[in-house]
Write a protein that binds this ligand. Structure first.
Ligand code: PMP
Length: 357
């Protein structure tokens, strides 16, 4: 820290993203990207003609994309917010709706960025333990009187809570925002977007990074009551109105136009997840029941750290958190069936080698 940095950030521990190595080609199963490319419509839209327009600022309102998303989700454009990845929206939510008096609550085991945003804004965060089976107990959040943030499905477990449970959380916290982070909902989860018509305290956050194969483009969106969207717009226009670049906007529009392609690839990924879960269970792993594009798995013979390190040596990257309560687990992104076969092969080798060691 330089002597110029404000002391208010002295204790801040920044988020550590998953590795994005450039040193060699890995079978990359560590940051929940889609293994499938964007649709042909997206490839065509991000054309030379679009690049030639880079001298001009993009539309800061994202009008066309908002209208397309609104039509897709059965809401109005005024209920849609766009930003530079869903991380950006989560950041705005903590900035807008929390402060020294207004705390937040989220599961102790969940997306690692929530506590970082909490610390960034000096928000009192209640980190609520998961149940024994790694599920979120919705009752813990009923009437909690803080901003609630729940990833549904949760990360890194891949497990979800029901719409009825979310509705109870919404009903019992009428004066607090309930953020449901649906980054992984398209792989078999159930979206609560329709509740925005009934509850003015719901903020649903989604992303183009996972099911829409656009992690590199940085595009996220949120759906909520108009007043919440206006709050988020106020923050966006007070920081960086042009935070979605022209190429990403164009790609996003084409992605919504070709939604059927993404429904299809999400289905393929869900099938590969089921195949991977059965295979790993046969190989002696405990695998949580995931509805996301990743699984959380624990070897009954080797530690999570060994699995992670040995797989990396063999060219397969998975995510290891090394955190209390989940230190035995690794999170494995679902890739193509071919990539998963490489994973099975390398895991079998590792189990064999370590047995002999
Ligand atoms: N929410 C969850 C639960 C995530 O795992 C991620 C991806 N790391 C994000 C939000 C952020 O995704 P992005 O900023 O790429 O939209």
């Amino acid at each position: 820290m330089s002597r110029f940095m404000s002391p208010r950030f002295a204790g801040l521990e920044a988020y550590t993203p998953g590795e994005q190595p450039r040193d060699q080609q890995y079978v990359k199963l560590n940051t929940n990207e889609s293994p499938y490319p964007p649709s042909t419509e997206v490839l065509e839209r991000v054309s030379k003609a679009e690049v030639e327009l880079l001298n001009l600022y993009p539309d800061p309102t994202g009008k066309v994309l908002k209208e397309k998303l609104a039509a897709l989700y059965g809401v109005e454009a005024k209920n849609v917010f766009l930003s530079n990845g869903s991380d950006d929206i989560l950041n705005f939510a903590f900035m807008a709706f929390c402060d020294a008096e207004r705390g937040a609550a989220f599961p102790e085991i969940s997306y690692g960025f929530y506590p970082v945003y909490g610390d960034l804004y000096h928000v009192d965060c209640k980190k609520i333990p998961l149940k024994e089976d790694f599920g979120v107990d919705y009752l813990d959040y009923c009437g909690i009187g803080r901003m609630v943030v729940i990833a549904n499905p949760n990360a890194p477990t891949g497990m979800e809570i029901s719409l009825a449970e979310i509705e109870e959380i919404l009903k019992t916290n009428p004066d607090n925002i309930v953020v449901i982070d649906e980054a992984y909902v398209d792989f078999g989860g159930t979206s609560c977007v329709d509740f925005i018509k009934k509850y003015d305290n719901l903020l649903v956050v989604q992303t183009f990074s996972k099911s829409r194969s656009m992690a590199g483009a940085r595009l996220g969106f949120a759906i909520a009551n108009e007043a919440i969207i206006e709050d988020l717009e106020k923050i966006k226009y007070s920081t960086n109105p042009y935070n979605i670049n022209r190429l990403t906007l164009a790609a996003g529009e084409a992605a919504v136009d070709s939604n059927a392609y993404y429904v299809e690839t999400a289905k393929k990924i869900a099938q590969t997840r089921e195949m991977t879960t059965s295979k790993l269970r046969e190989m002696g792993f405990t695998v949580l029941d995931s509805v996301a594009n990743f699984i959380f798995a624990k070897s009954n013979a080797l530690s999570g750290k060994v699995i992670y390190e040995e797989l990396k040596k063999k060219g397969v990257l998975v995510r290891y958190f090394g955190k209390a309560k989940i230190e035995d687990f690794v999170r494995i992104t679902i890739g193509t069936p071919e990539q998963m076969n490489v994973l099975f092969e390398k895991l079998a080798e590792i189990l064999q080698e370590q047995k002999g060691a």
